[in-house]
Design a protein around this ligand. Structure first.
Ligand SMILES: [Cu+2]
Length: 139
């Protein structure tokens, strides 16, 4: 009986090990305050995400996720969906428009109030423009 329990435990350990592939990554996400932190973390906790922890000081979002259930692109899309810019992946203006007034992280005055410098993504830079290749360059 004891050996059966041991075999079952061993078997389930192998099965669990084979299914769970946890990736750890860090994303830079723009935001201002504690409300942003809650919004970003709630958005990032989609199915397959084990840990999402955003720091108001560093603006870094620490993620642990199951790569067999979810990928980085899906997590970035979920964060964009609530209006936050991820480095190299800005939210659309429509998505940003839903951000609460005191969380307007693209607003230079709000940034200054929170002691922040340049935003992660330039104002007016839309998702489409960002990914466009060979566009006009006026220097
Ligand atoms: Cu905020």
């Amino acid at each position: 009986m004891k050996s059966l329990v041991c075999s079952l435990a061993l078997l389930s350990a192998i099965v669990l090990n084979g299914q769970s592939k946890y990736n750890t990554t860090t994303l830079e996400v723009d935001g201002l305050c504690g409300m942003c932190e809650e919004r970003i973390e709630n958005a990032a906790y989609i199915q397959g995400v084990k840990k999402a922890d955003w720091s108001q000081e560093t603006h870094l979002l620490e993620l642990i996720y199951n790569s067999s259930k979810v990928d980085e692109a899906a997590i970035i899309a979920a964060i964009n969906e609530v209006g936050h810019d991820v480095k190299n992946h800005p939210a659309t203006d429509e998505q940003y428009a839903n951000i609460h007034g005191c969380c307007r992280f693209r607003d230079p005055d709000q940034r200054a109030k929170h002691g922040l410098g340049d935003p992660l993504c330039k104002p007016g830079e839309t998702h489409e423009e960002h990914h466009a290749h060979g566009g006009k360059h006026d220097h």
